[in-house]
Design a protein around this ligand. Sequence first.
Ligand code: SAM
Ligand code: SF4
Length: 474
Amino acid sequence: MTMPDFAIGKKHDESRQGEAFVSDAPVTRPPLKKFYIESYGCQMNFADSEVVASILQEKGFGFTRHFEEADMIFLNTCSIREKAELTVRKRLTEFRKVKKYNPGLLVGVLGCMAERLKSKFIEEEKLVDLVVGPDAYRTLPGLIEEAESGQKGVNVLLSREETYSDISPIRLNSNGVTAFVSIMRGCNNMCSFCVVPFTRGRERSRDPESILNECNILFEEGYREVTLLGQNVDSYSWQKSPETEMVSFAELLEKVAQISPLLRVRFSTSHPKDITDEVLYTMGKYENICKYIHLPVQSGSTRILQMMNRTYTREWYLSKVNRIRELLPGCGISTDVITGFCTETEEDHTETLSLMEYCEYDLAYMFFYSERPGTLAARRFTDDVAEEVKKRRLQEVVALHRLQSLKSMQKEIGKTLKVLIEGNSKKSDHHWSGRSDNNKVVVFPKSETLQKGDYANVIIESCTAGTLIGKLKI
Ligand code: SAM
Ligand code: SF4
């Protein structure tokens, strides 16, 4: 188990951190130069790397999965917790060795850390040639030229408009079945612990036409699941002009679901204050909208929630969970929890545990509080919970969640679940691996009639903490 900064599941997948990207896209001409890109952090960052790859490929650059043969190395970084930044700094020192035998090599830092540290990066990490924030990727080819001529390329301007809507991302490390589609960028929420509003700028929604176009193309290419991504998808809102009608998230969701009943639709993340009944009704109306909601709570104590500026209370959150259970019985619910936020007492912590007991989450991403410079909390409050207390509370939260997630898996035994096949199981080429509607990994023996991207009805016979094991229903 990765402790204490614990994160499991698909949203912030520990196993994908630092993943080097490769693509199956056909290469039409020999590349001018080769780039290598590694991604850290949330799904939005992984999706952004696909936009970066598209911008670079358009300019004639080609990707490589081996940094030793690259002309430029990019790290798409995350600032959400201190540990994420330390990982990137460590990785940069490894590239120092490569630069020794390849002095022409360019090293670029992209994403949230670039935005947070700006040109300080170039001063502090002597090795870095390019620093490019999340809204400046279109300028990357120009910045590469500058860097090649010996200047340092920096662009960390944040934009109020940029959504990269006209760029078709190159699917990297894709299984050819599931894909992420960004529907908005930035965040206006200002949760006091969070660095995202500072590194990713103001919230802006992407033109629904371009989203639908991207999803349609994915479906035609054989993809069978799209996950609509945003920091706060329920506040998605698009209006072409003052005369035209506003498109809400529920309407967008419906339009994507209507592409084909064979295309599964997921979304992440929902802020408890914004998710509406309209969204829940839309989910209920379409079989292909997966019944799974990521609804981060952060804390079970209303006092702490207020200090976090989450703008809801414990009771409000619980009423949302009740509403989901009422309108969408069996819907999976996952969450994010932070332990040891400023002033958190044992009583507050107990409230988090009791809220978790009530909600019986299927999946949880759990962290101890990491103060981020410049955030509201860093400016207003003292980070006064001792590190060992934060970690002990995290362990308690993790232990409870483990019990609950095992229970949630065991509940599926005996049921028949519709599974979208994503590929071979990690452990055996004789087994398929896929996910159920409510986002559980299901493994079952292959049959010749099925292939990747097909749906299968699987009878669940047993489970581990992370996987359901079954057999095909004939
Ligand atoms: N927009 C999403 C939301 O509001 O739920 C969350 C986005 S953030 C990338 C993912 C999670 O990281 C948060 O929900 C929170 O639990 C965690 N996180 C953010 N800032 C943190 C901090 N300073 N210390 C520890 N965990 C943090
Ligand atoms: Fe950060 Fe809050 Fe925005 Fe999520 S909603 S990205 S936690 S500020």
